[in-house]
Design a protein around this ligand. Structure first.
Ligand code: ADP
Ligand code: MG
Length: 383
């Protein structure tokens, strides 16, 4: 509510009157890491941290927009030549351009926006920003005729073509399609998805952000991809999605130990997502948590994308009796995601902060998250 009030009063003082208000969310991924480029499953959900924008058509061809958090104003026309310099505005410009490219309608508008998705913490504030404007433009100028999945693709193309980030579809997908109390299993091969209930009565999710990011000289991401592709090729399949452990073990002596362990992680991770989905249907959060620890161990030992700080946070979680804990995201820094019984939460957060600070000289950041709705209209212009 506070966010909305701030946006409302800023809109009124900048532009006079009011526009409609829209929001879209950041996201977590409960399980399913490094599976996207192997044709496997990811399992994200939208969270209760959003980018919110108040928007009103202005009957011109100019977009006029103010970022409350960055305290900057810019305006741009809707032609390619008018791309704004500010990086935050390029997300909005990109969304407009991508909708126009697809034959959709975009006209000039006035907008004010702000958010509470932490920037660069692995919660996809950029996807929230893109999805918020894509959803709003669909509602204001396209009668909601653009399919919601296409809105996610518009955000993804924006990152590719206007922001220099070659990302997959998961972040925008989760931001647009998220539903309170549900996670979504997205099949990265067929792009089919399914909602699964996530409403633990006595557990909550908390992210612990190590605030470290190890930049490695070679590209570990490309090396992991190359290992997976080599093994798939050796097996005569397109991606490791179609492999199982028997197939992998049958070629074990023909491939390097490194490639073997990389592929082993991917195959096991694909299975773990399915196990977690079954467990959620049965309300079995113990199994969910166990799978999260297994993912962490796999990412750390087989895929080798963890780091000392994240392994330490995982150890602290285990020692505090946390139900499930793992690295979230590509690795080498960032957050752990933790599924914690409510009566153990305060103690865990306190311990993690204290012990991490003692060992690494700074406190991690703590983000409690609740699985919430994705892109939506908050209220009409007449409010
Ligand atoms: P993340 O992992 O959070 O998506 P990115 O680097 O991809 O991190 O995106 C962060 C960028 O998105 C910021 O540098 C800024 O340009 C834009 N952004 C995100 N949140 C906001 C906000 N609240 N206000 C203005 N711009 C934002
Ligand atoms: Mg981003």
């Amino acid at each position: 509510m506070e966010l909305q009030k701030k946006i409302d009063s800023t809109f009124e003082s900048r532009f006079g009157g009011h526009g409609a208000v829209y929001a879209s969310a950041g996201r977590i991924n409960l399980i399913g890491e490094h599976t996207d480029y192997n044709g496997g499953f990811v399992f994200p959900g939208a969270i209760d941290k959003v980018i919110m924008a108040e928007i009103r058509p202005n009957d011109t061809d100019t977009v006029r927009v103010f970022s409350i958090d960055i305290d900057e104003y810019t305006e741009f026309g809707l032609n390619e030549a008018d791309a704004p310099k500010q990086s935050w505005a390029r997300y909005i410009f990109g969304v407009c351009r991508e909708i126009l490219k697809r034959g959709g309608n975009v006209h000039g508008f006035d907008a004010v926006f702000a958010g509470n998705v932490p920037l660069g913490a692995g919660l996809s504030s950029s996807a929230a920003l893109e999805s918020c404007f894509a959803f709003a433009i669909n509602d204001l100028f396209n009668n909601n005729q653009i399919d919601k999945f296409e809105l996610a693709r518009i955000g993804q193309s924006t990152e590719h073509n206007y922001c220099g980030v070659n990302c997959g579809i998961m972040d925008q997908f989760a931001s647009v399609m998220g539903k309170a109390g549900h996670l979504m299993r997205l099949d990265c091969r067929s792009m089919e998805f399914e909602y699964f209930p996530f409403c633990p009565e006595n557990h909550s999710l908390v992210l612990i952000d190590s605030r470290v990011k190890h930049e490695l000289a070679d590209s570990p991401y490309n090396k992991r991809r190359a290992s997976c592709e080599r093994v798939a090729k050796r097996l005569g399949i397109e991606t490791l999605r179609d492999a199982d452990m028997d197939m992998l073990n049958a070629i074990k002596t023909d491939i390097t130990a490194e490639d073997y362990f990389r592929a082993k992680f991917v195959i096991e991770e694909k299975e773990r997502v399915l196990t977690v989905c079954d467990a959620l249907v049965n309300g079995d959060y113990e199994t969910v948590g166990r799978c999260m620890y297994e993912t962490h161990a796999g990412l750390s030992k087989d895929y080798e994308v963890s780091c000392e700080e994240l392994d330490y946070l995982n150890d602290v979680a285990r020692e505090c009796g946390v139900t499930g804990s793992r690295i979230m995201g590509g690795g080498f820094g960032g957050c752990t995601i933790n599924l914690v019984e409510n009566d153990k939460m305060d103690k865990f957060v306190e311990e993690a902060k204290k012990r991490f600070n003692e060992k690494y000289g700074h406190e991690p950041k703590v983000y409690p998250v609740v699985i919430s709705d994705g892109a939506h209209k908050v209220c009409e212009a007449t409010h």
